[in-house]
Design a protein around this ligand. Structure first.
Ligand code: C2E
Ligand code: MG
Ligand code: MG
Length: 723
């Protein structure tokens, strides 16, 4: 395209009039004429027509010219003859005599004479005797006769013409007439050629001036418009023509100009639209991430900040927007985003740039003057703007947002870095319970890097068989019997250290595995191994007990947990009754109804269900009744602090009472001391799990522990029985 334009423009330049002398200007048009086929055609047509007309004229005039010449010759010969003839006295006397004829021949073109009597009897012959014409009686007298070689001409003069009493036939040399006719033709041909040439040249000039030059100009203008429609190089005639061609040029130029301006307008509109599409979000009308980033880059590049000024970049994410979108529909979701966009604009300073960066994430950039109280105020404004519920189609939504803040230049010198850091801070805010603001710090970044490292290592760990299970026993508080074991994942990650590696705590790698979806295959491994182990222990003669397996929310909503449990139970042959699945309250957050359905289907398989870390999350008591669960697992934090903190003591008591009122068993984890155990016994808690009894241990150690524990328990029981 550009090559075409480039060429086009160059070519047009050569067509443009260069500064010329008056002489060359005067003849300027003619230099085109030799190249113009139309002028050639017109000129040739005119030239040939002229030639034809003049040839016709010549054809018609040559015979009359010749006739005229012959008549002249005839007349001259007649006078010469008349002058030479003598009147004859007697009938037989010679009117001319040989001498007279010789004189006549000398003075005229006559070469032979036959003299007839008035009665047309040939009487005397002179000179060339071979005459064609004859006046002899009985013959018709032709007017005259020319020899076929055109050199001779025979004329009959009657006595009346001559003024003498004879009729005469004279043979006249007509050579001169012929050459005169040829001369006449030649002269006429020259005139003809000259005239045609002259007329043609004049025509060429006229054509060139009034037709060709305007046409070339028109052609060039059209060509220029075709090559560069938006910026055509339109030329006008030096002198305007008030004829059809002049009008055609004006119309064409007007059209070209109109076309150029509408093309320009269309291009501007299209560019505008492209700009809007590329830089603006059609839903909220706010700029998008690309625009935001470019603005930030520009500000940084242009060193637009004065001393002491800084830029606050806030990443604002709507908490649980996906849930609203999924449950209420996209229409409501869209309206909500629109409303939030408007609130943000209203709540922030005029100079702030507010963009919609992704589905439910907004970005804010605001200049902080040296005296500005800081980005915390901006975050406060945003929280303030979200305080009032948003009403959409008679529904009201309490919007909560998480905010991550990063600052230029303190948190980065490059736009992308600052944006990334705001996102890192946002993730922190989300991880730490949402509805809050976090300010970027280097430590966050380190944590992010650490997580990435863990993710890379975890992928390897699966293949390298670095993941194992430890088991933590659970006891009946009344009988002291082992009633269960919780399978807990352990990752021994080999490294170059003295120890040859280290355990990476589940709290570090499980959230990463959940985020990357790796928890699905890992969870499958845990479930299968735990069931196999439990079955093996039973086969080896341990009194049967439950195997508790932790199931992550991700497995619940992304994997086919029901199908998996069913398969694993069938494959390992473990009675479903001896498997318990522990889920945390968070699985109900994503999609409550779906979670309840899955729990029901799992329960139908015959497995037991427990809610882990109960009391720490968000539980709706009204829903709790609908959950098909068997056990509440009081979070270890309450037990740990129950003896020193009244609130935790109260909560523990409440959970136990609540569980019992719902006909559920209650198990307490984190039992580390006898005091903990005694306290729980007092509260009538059903089961316990904790370091007081043992730490989580590998399968073989667990076997030894269980055998020994049962032996001691049996011994004590028998002692008790014997008392
Ligand atoms: P959790 O399910 O609540 O597991 C109980 C955690 O409490 C275990 O930590 C256990 O070692 C610890 N614990 C039990 N008794 C005591 C005690 O008396 N004192 C103290 N200080 N801690 C005690 P662990 O093994 O580090 O596991 C942490 C969390 O990681 C688990 O919490 C669970 O949420 C998750 N997790 C572990 N294994 C798996 C797994 O296979 N799948 C899933 N999805 N999550 C797992
Ligand atoms: Mg657990
Ligand atoms: Mg727990």
């Amino acid at each position: 395209m550009s090559r075409f334009n480039h060429h086009g423009e160059q070519k047009i330049e050569t067509d443009q009039p260069q500064p010329q002398s008056w002489l060359s200007r005067a003849y300027a048009p003619t230099h085109h004429i030799w190249k113009s086929s139309i002028s050639w055609r017109i000129t040739m047509a005119v030239f040939l027509t002229l030639l034809l007309v003049e040839t016709m004229v010549l054809i018609f005039t040559v015979p009359s010219y010749e006739k005229e010449q012959l008549a002249g010759l005839q007349e001259i010969s007649r006078s010469a003859l008349a002058f030479s003839l003598a009147d004859i006295k007697g009938q037989d006397s010679d009117p001319l005599t040989e001498k007279g004829f010789a004189k006549l021949k000398n003075n005229s073109q006559i070469e032979g004479v036959v003299i007839y009597t008035v009665g047309n009897e040939p009487k005397w012959r002179y000179g060339d005797q071979e005459l064609f014409l004859s006046l002899a009686s009985g013959k018709e007298i032709p007017a005259n006769y020319r020899w076929h070689n055109n050199e001779h001409y025979e004329v009959a003069y009657l006595s009346a013409d001559l003024g003498h009493p004879y009729n005469i036939v004279a043979k006249i040399n007509a050579k001169a007439v012929e050459s005169r006719v040829v001369g006449y033709i030649r002269q006429n041909l020259w005139i003809l050629l000259f005239m045609s040439g002259f007329v043609t040249s004049v025509l060429m000039l006229v054509l060139s001036m009034w037709l060709l030059e305007p046409m070339i100009l028109l052609r060039n203008n059209l060509l220029s418009a075709a090559r560069n429609p938006e910026k055509p190089n339109i030329q006008n005639l030096k002198k305007e023509l008030h004829d059809e061609i002049g009008m055609a040029i004006r119309i064409a130029n007007d059209l070209i100009r109109q076309n150029a301006s509408s093309l320009k307008r269309l291009r501007v509109q299209a560019e505008d639209k492209i700009h809007k599409l590329a830089y603006f979000d059609s839903l909220t009308g706010l700029p998008n991430r690309v625009y935001f980033l470019e603005q930030l880059e520009e500000l940084i590049k242009n060193k637009a900040l004065a001393a002491g000024e800084s830029l606050a970049v806030l990443s604002v994410d709507i908490d649980h927007f996906k849930d609203i979108n999924d449950t209420m529909g996209h229409e409501i979701g869209d309206k909500l985003l629109e409303a939030i966009g408007k609130r943000l604009v209203k709540s922030l300073p005029d100079n702030a740039v507010i963009a919609r960066a992704s589905a439910d994430e907004f970005m804010v950039m605001s200049l902080l003057k040296p005296d500005h109280p800081g980005s915390a105020v901006l975050a406060e404004n945003i929280f303030g703007a979200m305080a009032e519920p948003v009403s959409i189609l008679q529904e009201s939504f309490q919007v909560r947002v998480s905010i991550g803040v990063s600052n230029y230049p303190t948190d980065g010198l490059e736009a992308r870095q600052i944006l990334k850091n705001a996102d890192i801070a946002l993730n922190r805010a989300k991880e730490e319970g949402r509805d809050t603001v976090r300010y970027y710090s280097q430590a966050f970044d380190d944590a992010v890097h650490h997580r990435f490292q863990i993710l890379r290592d975890l992928r390897n760990a699966m293949n390298q068989k670095e993941l194992h299970l430890h088991y933590h026993p659970q006891f009946d508080l009344k009988t002291g019997a082992i009633v269960g074991a919780e399978a807990l994942l352990r990752w021994w990650h080999p490294d170059n250290s003295k120890e040859g590696g280290k355990f990476i705590p589940p709290i570090e790698f499980i959230p990463v595995a959940e985020q990357a979806g790796l928890i699905v295959p890992i969870g499958e491994y845990v479930l299968r191994t735990a069931c196999e182990t439990n079955k093996a222990w039973q086969k080896k003669g341990l009194p049967p007990f439950r195997m508790a397996v932790n199931i992550s929310g991700v497995q619940f909503h992304r994997g086919d947990i029901v199908g998996l449990v069913d398969t694993v139970l069938k494959e390992t042959g473990l009675d479903p009754h001896w498997l318990e699945l522990e889920v945390t309250e968070s699985v109900f957050m994503e999609n409550m109804q779906a979670a309840i359905d899955i729990l029901h289907r799992l329960h139908q398989l015959g497995v037991e269900l427990a809610i882990d870390d109960f009391g720490t999350g968000y539980s709706s008591l009204s829903y709790l009744r609908q959950f098909p669960i068997d056990r509440l697992k009081v979070d270890q934090s309450f037990i740990r602090n129950a003896l020193i903190n009244v609130d935790d003591k109260m909560i523990t008591r409440t959970i136990i009472t609540l569980g019992h009122s719902l006909d559920l068993k209650v198990i307490a984890e984190g039992v580390e001391t006898v005091e903990h155990e005694t306290f729980l016994k007092e509260l009538n808690c059903d089961e316990v799990q904790g370091f007081k009894y043992t730490r989580p241990i590998p399968a073989d150690k667990f076997w030894d522990f269980a055998v020994e524990y049962n032996r001691v328990l049996a011994k004590n029981n028998s002692k008790l029985a014997s008392i």
